[in-house]
Design a protein around this ligand. Sequence first.
Ligand code: ACM
Length: 527
Amino acid sequence: MFANADIPPLIPRPAAMERYGDDFELASDTAIVADAANCNNAAYLRDLLAAPTGFSLPIVLTPLADAPTPAKAIRLKTDPAQAGGREGYRLDVTPETVEITAAAPTGVFYGIQTLQQLLPIEIERRNLVSDLRWRVPGLVIRDAPRFPWRGFMLDQARYFHGKATVLRLLDLMALHKLNVFHWHLTDDQGWRIEIKKYPRLTEVGGWRRETVVGRWREDEANPPFDGARHGGFYTQDEVREVVAYAAGRGITTLPEIEMPGHAQAAIAAYPELGNTGQQLDVATRWGIIENVYNVEEHTIRFLQDVLDEVMDLFPSQFIHIGGDEVPKKQWRESAAAQRRIQELGLKDEDALQSYFVHRMDAFLAGRGRRLVGWEEILEGGLAPGATIMSWRGEQGGIAAALAGHDVVMTPTHWTYFDYYQSQETNREPLAIGGYVPLEKVYIYEPIPAAIDPIHAHHVLGTQAQLWTEYVPTPEHIEYMTFPRLCALAEVAWSPVTGKDYPGFLNRLRPHLERLRLLGVHFRPLDV
Ligand code: ACM
């Protein structure tokens, strides 16, 4: 085992690690030897190492009958017998070889991420670093994730940051072995994905006239606005590029199309989707907004058309339909909504929402997909195939898991990265409120005590949420996300045994130097 000072500062901490023997040293004649399944991994590794080392490492694809066995090599191997599932891997470092073995290429990819973190932090530089010995400590690591769902949610509706920001975040997610990018693409304040059949969604819904300034308060009659038009959207070509880029890093992109609430941008584009017939603007202020979709057949068809285009773009098994914070006022006051409740023989507005979610669940299931929504879709009865995200606390997740539904634990108390990182809020950029410091993220346990071992497998995992009402720039995204995402990654990947906050901080300090070289605008530990 490692002497303490010797532990490489890996984040997330691997499941098992032992030190033995001498270091491996990367040299210009080191070959990357890979089987056919790891062709992309080999190219990824070569490109990762090229700029700072100045080495253009040869790739040798096996089996090649006459391929000479290189003296020094990094070997990338697929072996169906390797333990650890699709994402697990084994990494062996001796003076002659670095060998990464996994049951699937995704596991090898994670082994490469570990190798990257074992190399000197200068490996993150994008220009040549001379006079440095590229050593990897001799060791063996056996690693596999604790949870299959290790996510990061980014709200692109409140502020739009564009493709380059997303690609960079995907790289940083991969470095931390996260595997679900939850892309919140529509909300009251903006519709951010091109839908060919309904161009006004982005022409109109993609832009708001201005944005409220400062902390939004429901009771403030005349808040200040910035007078600046804000908007933008991802074209379908950009979406395909993001999805492919993520897939190349083991990341599934989960699209979220909000319904039946958080819908004002869409209703501004197509007023017939609403309940009042009124021509609305795209929302310019935050909070929970009364303008929700109606539940008429034409609206259900519209949303299913949107989902059809979304499913063409996103191969993700799960499709997120939002479902949170749906005020029922307009349904209560609308003659059409009341008629619909009568026609369908429903009890009340909660049952109407449940009916709506059931329709979407059946629609997605009919196309081989699975619906996921925020926990409010429990209200009025959960659709049979639905998976929920438990955000207001743990209760929704507990209820759903005990009823046999899958859940992703996303409670505000531990996973909301729009909350403050310090109690000295006057020293922090304006945030929505709350208090989720690094340690709170780190100590989070995604399987609540109330879920017995029989049902624990329904907890698929956890993810961080970054809502962006108060996060206008990419630098600010990074400030809110790091280092808390390092802690979340460890919660989702590493075994509970060995969880230790001071130990995590010891690894985090050098890891932050790595992030600094990557240009990440993380929040410093001591401010
Ligand atoms: C949420 O924070 N409204 C899911």
